[in-house]
Each structure stands twice: as structure tokens, then as C-alpha cells.
Design a protein around this ligand. Structure first.
Ligand SMILES: [Zn+2]
Ligand SMILES: [Zn+2]
Length: 227
């Protein structure tokens, strides 16, 4: 077991997610030392989640769809989120902010997006935001980093969470970067942001986590996660 896998497994088990949300096995480490999936399963050098660890999700297909159709025909993309929303997303699937209000699950809603820059006047924020680029989906406008502290040695890490998603072709709009900066040289800033209001056209296939060592100096708004 490599260092990334050990970190990822212990952080995820500290969340005590309900049994059955994640598959028991088949998880994949994309660190440089482990096996790579480059050129397989839809991963190219553009969208390869290097240095991320992937937990596979027990997927159920939306009404009228089959898992076979989804894995063969739907497109791979990413959705940036944060660790505290993981359980409600795995429970409900990805929903638009408006749908979350209908379900009375405010914790899943605010702030849905942390920052929006350079948006046109008619920009519709009541959508699910995605990107073909994992670098874009994991930037701070979409994915809030959490501090986590390892009990056994006190080391602290920033952890980010991005969902691997399949989306139905034709169900989403392609638009320009609203993150406030150019992030991924592999993708044009004119088409790096995808958004949909069809939550039944989006299926979460996996949970990706990434770690960065950093010195914890206290927090505003969220606690350290101990694992
Ligand atoms: Zn590894
Ligand atoms: Zn901390």
C-alpha cells in the first residue's frame, strides 16, 4: 500500500460514510508510483487525475437509463466539492441548488459555488457545474480544501475532493472559465466550464481525493478533521 492510498483510506474511513455508498474494492491510486490508467477507461493525458486517489461508488442508474449505456456512451467529467458534502451527495446524487432547497437539505447548498468571476449578466447559478478538466474542477472556486490532521503523528494535510462523473451528451451547456484565472493549459478557457440543470443526466461514478502537506495554523469556519 503506497502513502497516498494509506492517507486516502484512513481519511475516508474516518468519515464513517453509510455502508454501501462506496464499493468494497476496485479503488485506484493515480500516484506516480502506482499503476496507471493512462489510455484506458476514458483517461487521456488531458484529464488524467495524477496524484489523486479514486474510490469507486456503487452506482445506480437514473430512471430509464442503464449502467451499460452510461459507461459506454456518457462522457467523463469532474465536479469539485468539499469533504463535508460528500455524504449528502452520495445519498441524493448531484442536485441543482434549487432541488436541494426542495429537499430541505440546506447543508448541501450553500455556498454551492464559492466564487464566480467574469460571469455574463444572464449567468444561471442554479445548475450543477462540471468540467472535463480535473485541474479546473479542483480549483478553489469549486472545491474547498479542508485541513486534516493525522492522529498518530500530528502531520497536517490539505485535502480536496472531486467527483468523477458521467454526463449524458447533449444535456449540458459549454461555457467560459468563471474561476478567476487560467488553470489548465490542456483546455481552452472558452469551453472549460460545463453546466447542466438536468440532475438525471449526471451520475457520480467515483470520489477522488488529493492531499498536500501544509502547516495548520488554525481555521476560520471549519474545524480540522482528525483521522
Ligand atoms: Zn499510489
Ligand atoms: Zn488544521
Amino acid at each position: 500500500m503506497c502513502g497516498l492510498e494509506r492517507l486516502a483510506q484512513s481519511v475516508i474511513s474516518s468519515l464513517k460514510l453509510p455502508y454501501g455508498f462506496l464499493k468494497r474494492d476496485g479503488h485506484v491510486c493515480f500516484c506516480q508510483g502506482c499503476q496507471t490508467y493512462l489510455g484506458r477507461a476514458g483517461f487521456t493525458s488531458y484529464n488524467y487525475p495524477e496524484d489523486w486517489y479514486l474510490f469507486r461508488v456503487n452506482v445506480s442508474a437514473p430512471p430509464g437509463r442503464s449502467l451499460e449505456e452510461i459507461s459506454n456512451n456518457w462522457e467523463l467529467c469532474y465536479h469539485g466539492t468539499e469533504i463535508s458534502r460528500l455524504e449528502s451527495i452520495l445519498r441524493m446524487g448531484l442536485k441543482t441548488p434549487g432541488e436541494c432547497y426542495l429537499h430541505g437539505n440546506r447543508t448541501n447548498v450553500l455556498p454551492w459555488r464559492f466564487k464566480i468571476y467574469n460571469a455574463p449578466d444572464d449567468f444561471d447559478a442554479d445548475r450543477i457545474f462540471l468540467s472535463p478538466s480535473i485541474r479546473y474542477a479542483s480549483c478553489d472556486s469549486f472545491s474547498l480544501p479542508y485541513c486534516c490532521k493525522r492522529k498518530k503523528d500530528g502531520l497536517t494535510y490539505r485535502v480536496k475532493v472531486v467527483l468523477m462523473v458521467h454526463i449524458r451528451p447533449g444535456s449540458y451547456a459549454v461555457s467560459a472559465n468563471t474561476s478567476g484565472g487560467s488553470i489548465d493549459p490542456w483546455y481552452s478557457d472558452n469551453s472549460i466550464e460545463w453546466a447542466t440543470n438536468e440532475s438525471n443526466s449526471v451520475v457520480v461514478m467515483g470520489v477522488l481525493v488529493k492531499f498536500e502537506r501544509y502547516q495548520c495554523v488554525g481555521h476560520v469556519g471549519f474545524p480540522c478533521l482528525n483521522f
